[in-house]
Design a protein around this ligand. Sequence first.
Ligand code: AMP
Ligand code: GLY
Length: 433
Amino acid sequence: MKVCIIGNGGREHALAWKLHHSPSVTDVYVVPGNAGMTSIATVVNLDWKNRDTLLAWLLDYKIDLVVIGPELPLIEGLSDAIRTVGIPVFGPSQQASRLEGSKSFAKDIMRRYEIPTAKYEVCQDVETGKGIIHQWGVPIVLKRDGLWGGKGVTICETFTDAEQVLQEMLSSSEESVVIEEYMRGQEVSLLSFVDGTHVLPMIGARDHKRLLDHDEGPNTGGMGAYAPVPELDGTLEQTIVDTIVKPIVKAMAEEGHPYVGCLYTGLMLTEEGPKVVEFNARFGDPETQVLLPLLQSDLGVIMHATAMGQLEGMSLEWSKQYASCVILASEGYPQQTLTGQRITGDIHTIDTVSMVFHSGTTYETDHYVTQGGRVLGVVGLGNTLEQSLEHAYERVSMIDFEGQQYRKDIGESSIGFCIHTQYRKNSIDKEYN
Ligand code: AMP
Ligand code: GLY
């Protein structure tokens, strides 16, 4: 089977790597791909926005399956266009992608189908919004309605802050603002393969969305992840599948927009039970970078069955290990990023304890330089969560570029202490003993 992946980030690098190792897959192409993928896939210099050229290329190369990585092409209807030329696609239709593309669409369908989520109101004018804020109290969450790459959400701790953010959001774009009740609890992501009707859940993963340690600083696309999440046991996962994932898949089908692809459910484990924070219409990044190294099933087979509506009776095999990912980001991320910095260290070797996925790198003459906000996803594997974190941070210590920022507390919420500090202490002890 010839598979073409659309996208150029760390998620697509992980997908390309896993598909390259899938027995059912003979060729992997990536449009437009990135500098880190050239040894495992054919990087095709095409712009997916140029639809006619892309469709002609897919037909010319007799591609059997297209996998759409990021949200933007999905929300712009690329999967529908590819389906019209008869090629199976892993990725939801434009209508179904609104689960991610419009917060108000997602909240409305959850309300109508009684899927547990935070209380909300959609607001178009400042006075109504202020009224809701004062009625509900702080902290309160304000979300821009459209696609903002995880950066359109602000948690406001004070009334002054909330009023200011509301005013700013409503005056700087045409979109409405979703005001949400603040939920307390631990977050977890559950990704599922969905073929329109059937749901095949993966294992749980946990992202770290804030830029700085201990969940300080602005929201980002994601600064690190680990899987599986010890708190998400089989019973809790089944509750999430039964009360949230299956009902939303059924709802989408009933509304005439069957969902096909990876459904990302972002959850808050509240005292009242799991509630939806958000849906994404795709694999999460960096969650994919920790999930795929643990998946033992043939990803090509699963993705093709998903695209063809044939998931019934299928199951997934997982390794018994843990995986952790630490994102190395550029100076200034997530605001103004400084790129073009020379990267030193081994950013290629994949072995049994660590691997590196590229998000924002480019190759110049004889070395790699940074070319994006998130630059590399450094993944560690181990028999325990602690060991996988140790392997990830060990690999991180061998890679460098000017202005590099990364979180030191990945995994701390599950294991209760900071592996990075311990790892640094052990290295210093070793050096002096
Ligand atoms: P979203 O893009 O909707 O996932 O929001 C980004 C992040 O903001 C989430 O991962 C949460 O950490 C936080 N967040 C969003 N909505 C809520 C909420 N209602 N209560 C608490 N935290 C939230
Ligand atoms: N890791 C969060 C996301 O992919 O949106």
